[in-house]
Ligand binder design. Structure first.
Ligand code: DQA
Length: 148
């Protein structure tokens, strides 16, 4: 099993940006945490972060036929990007939407999520542990061979 962990804009600034929303763990810490957890569970994992919408679209397209699941925090693009929604739809890879903060308790503009239209599950407000719960979900989902 092989999972792609995608992170969108400004998540490379974890540990520095708005710790009241995103905590103090760095992006490097997050990557190591998810990779270790995946490996403990017998899953291969690749992490990719970009501040650019097109780079995220390219990475999703390249995932076709390579990855079994995607764990995706599109960050601000969650609320704006039809291109990212369409890319995930194009590859039909089961995808879990993750947000570090509890977006549903934040500003109105964060209540729109394009990726949610295609995500098998959404996890919010668990900090970086949310990525691990996404791994659990995908393992369960893929092992059961369920469809949405
Ligand atoms: C975020 C929430 C988004 O609204 C925001 O733009 C982010 C991070 C989160 O992980 O809580 O950059 O996706």
């Amino acid at each position: 099993m092989k999972f792609l962990v995608l992170n969108g804009p400004n998540l490379n600034m974890l540990g520095i940006r708005e710790p009241e929303h995103y905590g103090k763990e760095t992006y490097e810490y997050l990557e190591n945490k998810v990779i270790s957890y995946c490996n403990e569970n017998g899953v291969e994992c690749e992490c990719f972060q970009s501040n650019h919408e097109g780079a995220l679209v390219d990475k999703i397209q390249e995932a076709y036929g390579v990855f079994d699941g995607i764990i995706f925090n599109p960050a601000a693009y969650t609320h704006t990007s039809v291109a990212i929604l369409d890319a995930v739809k194009s590859v039909s890879i089961p995808t879990v939407e993750v947000h570090i903060s509890k977006v549903e308790e934040r500003e109105d503009f964060r209540q729109i999520s394009y990726i949610r239209l295609v995500a098998k599950k959404t996890i919010t407000g668990l900090g970086t542990d949310g990525y691990l719960r996404a791994v659990d979900f995908l393992l369960d989902y893929l092992n059961k061979g369920e469809s949405k």
